[in-house]
Design a binder for this molecule. Structure first.
Ligand code: 5GP
Ligand code: ZN
Length: 139
C-alpha cells in the first residue's frame, strides 16, 4: 500500500506538505517542487507502485481518469497553449522518485524546456522483429 521510505507516500499521508491541485480515492495531483516550468505538476497514485508496469490495469485506469482534467486545468491556469505529459520508469529513464508519477508540464512558445529527440530509422526487417517480440509478450 505505502512505503515508509517513499517521499510521495509521505505526501499522500500528509506527513510532508504539498501544493495540492486535485485528489480522489486513487489519485493525488500537486505542484512539483522543482518545476521545469511554472505550474509543473505531478499526478500520482495513492498506492505505492515503483514503475508503471507494476500497476494492475484497474489501478492505472483509476489514476489516469483525472489526467485530462488536471492537464487541461494546469495549462489553462498558467495561460499556456499546451502541455507535455512525461512518465519516467527506472533510473535509466531518469526516474528519481520510486513511486509512479506523471509529470504535467505546461508549455509556452519560446519556453526553456527542450527535448533531445534523436529520431532514427530501422534496418530492413528490424521493425517487424521488434513488433513480434512485443506482441508475443502481450499475447
Ligand atoms: P522523476 O525524475 O523521478 O521523474 O521526477 C521526480 C520529481 O519529483 C522531480 O521533478 C522533483 O522535483 C519532484 N519532487 C521530488 N521531491 C519532491 C517533494 O518533496 N515535493 C514535491 N512537490 N515534488 C518533489
Ligand atoms: Zn510511495
Amino acid at each position: 500500500m505505502s512505503d515508509s521510505d517513499c517521499i510521495f507516500c509521505k505526501i499522500v499521508a500528509g506527513e510532508i506538505p504539498c501544493a495540492k491541485l486535485y485528489e480522489d480515492d486513487s489519485a493525488l495531483a500537486f505542484l512539483d517542487i522543482g518545476p521545469v516550468a511554472e505550474g509543473h505538476a505531478l499526478l500520482i497514485p495513492k498506492t505505492h507502485y515503483v514503475t508503471l508496469d507494476e500497476m494492475p490495469a484497474d489501478a492505472a485506469a483509476d489514476l489516469l481518469r483525472s489526467l485530462p482534467a488536471v492537464g487541461g486545468a494546469v495549462a489553462e491556469a498558467l495561460g499556456c497553449e499546451g502541455f507535455n505529459v512525461l512518465q519516467n520508469n527506472g533510473a535509466v529513464a531518469q526516474q528519481l522518485v520510486g513511486h509512479v508519477h506523471f509529470h504535467i508540464i505546461p508549455r509556452s512558445v519560446g519556453d526553456e524546456f527542450h527535448f533531445n529527440w534523436p529520431a532514427g530509422a530501422y534496418e530492413p526487417g528490424r521493425m517487424d522483429e521488434i513488433a513480434e517480440a512485443v506482441r508475443s509478450r502481450l499475447a
